[in-house]
Design a protein around this ligand. Structure first.
Ligand code: SF4
Ligand code: SF4
Length: 451
């Protein structure tokens, strides 16, 4: 594929947003550790946006690592696979961190498991070609991505083969690879870029080939100079641009990233496709390389376990389906000061009370906060200071959206574009009245009737 070497035309930032303390120092220097094979995993059959999977195994069936556990005939769907060898158990119902209730297949570990170093080599090690992608046509790449069950690993959960499939009415010219990781505390993507840059490059080339993009830009916030350097080294000679943007929350939001990196604007209610861009996360790019070049499904991911509420903040290569509690135990367990466990980061994550909840393909981190961190203050009436409006990166009016959600006033909600909110939490973060703006908006989005 011939690829242009045009430079990024964004200004490196976007209007509004916030600068919270990022707490990255807790885990940024912790090299990725490989979690020993757990005794059991519980694989949710639905970890994506789209049609639900049906189980493809029976209870008490022997399975090998990588075997498929659930699939559907739908296009907008991503199958799920077991990360460990073992025996399936009776399906059960689990509640995911976002509150969704889904069926899940437990697998109890039995027989030989891959040794830790072999697992690393299998997932990220060895050589990753940066040429020869032209020999793979888009349909083949997309079929392998679907077979591997890939979804956006930044948390969105949208099936990757659907996202990359070319739309003749809206062709894309740029593949934007998101290495921002703007959520406080999380360092999983950072460690991936530092320790396994080669599969990210190989996967980016394959993703661009599938989507028909002629330009690839990897965008990283400038608080991660080591990651920028590693990615530039790995991408040398490929034509891929590696761009450092200003560190600002929520830079990792697709619209903000596109504007800051490329200078293009996604219209309100539109998609990156509407301005010729498709965005994938760096973890997804690495998983694309593995699925396409090695025929391996998405069974493991890197998870940051951090916060002042755990003894040993770390980054773990963990099997999908392991419990949040098992990862917290691997991080030395909870400290006496721990008061809140969040699946994800503190801005966009979900507080959980059941530590048996399994992680999914989209779980990038677990943040454990202390009483000092949360300092719950009572909600007081809005003082009309306008700070929430000043920071909203989407130029929404959070006060109106929260009011509409609280009163179930769906006409008002629609008039103020409730569904456009990306739930970044910037408005709640700055509100001096401690009004839970994003929680109200999130609840409103979940309950507002569809037109
Ligand atoms: S209204 Fe939505 S998009 Fe705007 S700051 Fe609040 S959470 Fe973020
Ligand atoms: S930041 Fe809080 S107090 Fe200020 S206008 Fe917004 S909702 Fe009201």
């Amino acid at each position: 594929m011939s690829r242009t070497t045009l430079r990024s035309r964004g200004k490196g930032s976007f209007a509004r947003g916030i600068h919270p303390h990022d707490w990255k120092e807790l885990a940024a220097e912790a090299a990725i550790e490989i979690l020993p094979t757990p005794a059991e995993v519980t694989i949710p059959l639905v970890q994506h946006i789209g049609a639900p999977n049906q189980p493809t195994t029976k209870p008490r069936q022997d399975v090998a690592a990588g075997d498929i556990l659930g699939d559907s005939g739908a296009f907008v769907c991503a199958p799920v696979h077991t990360p460990i060898a073992g025996k399936t158990a009776l399906p059960l119902r689990v509640t995911l961190p976002n509150g969704r209730h889904v069926d899940a297949v437990p697998v109890k570990a039995e027989g030989d498991q891959m040794a830790e170093q072999a697992l690393w080599d299998d997932i990220f090690g060895g050589s990753w070609p940066t040429d020869g992608q032209d020999g793979l046509d888009a349909d083949t790449i997309l079929a392998r991505i679907r077979a591997g069950g890939l979804v956006g690993m930044g948390g969105a959960g949208f099936p990757t083969h659907v996202k990359l499939k070319p739309n003749p009415a809206k062709p894309v010219d740029v593949l934007l690879v998101n290495g921002s990781e703007c959520e406080p505390y999380l360092t999983a993507d950072y460690r991936l870029m530092v320790e396994a840059s080669a599969p990210i490059v190989a996967g980016s080339l394959l993703a661009a080939q599938a989507a028909g993009a002629v330009r690839i830009v990897i965008s990283i916030e400038d608080n991660k100079p080591e990651a920028v350097a590693r990615m530039r080294d790995a991408a040398a000679g490929t034509g891929i641009e590696v761009v450092a943007t200003t560190t600002k929350y929520p830079m990792g939001g697709e619209k903000q990233l596109i504007l800051a990196t490329l200078g293009r604007e996604v219209p309100t209610g539109g998609l990156p496709l509407d301005c010729g861009v498709v965005v994938v996360n760096v973890g997804t790019a690495a998983a694309i390389a593995r699925a396409v070049l090695r025929g391996k499904p998405l069974t493991h991911r890197i998870v940051t376990v951090s916060g002042r509420g755990v003894h040993r903040p770390c980054n773990l290569l963990a099997p999908v389906g392991v419990s949040h509690g098992a990862l917290i135990a691997a991080a030395g367990g909870l400290t006496d000061q721990a008061v809140r466990v969040i699946s994800g980061g503190p801005m966009m994550g979900f507080a959980i009370s059941n530590l048996d909840t399994p992680i999914t393909k989209g779980t990038s981190g677990i943040t454990v906060l202390t009483g000092q961190d949360v300092q719950a203050e009572e909600e007081t009436p809005c003082v009309r200071c306008g700070r929430c409006v000043d920071v909203c990166p989407l130029h929404l009016v959070p006060t109106r959206l929260a009011l509409a959600s609280r009163n179930k006033d769906w006409n008002l909600a629609r008039r103020y574009y409730l569904t456009a909110c990306m739930e970044c939490g910037s408005c709640s973060y700055v509100c001096p009245a401690r009004i839970p703006l994003v929680q109200l908006i999130r609840a409103g989005k979940a309950t507002m009737p569809r037109e």
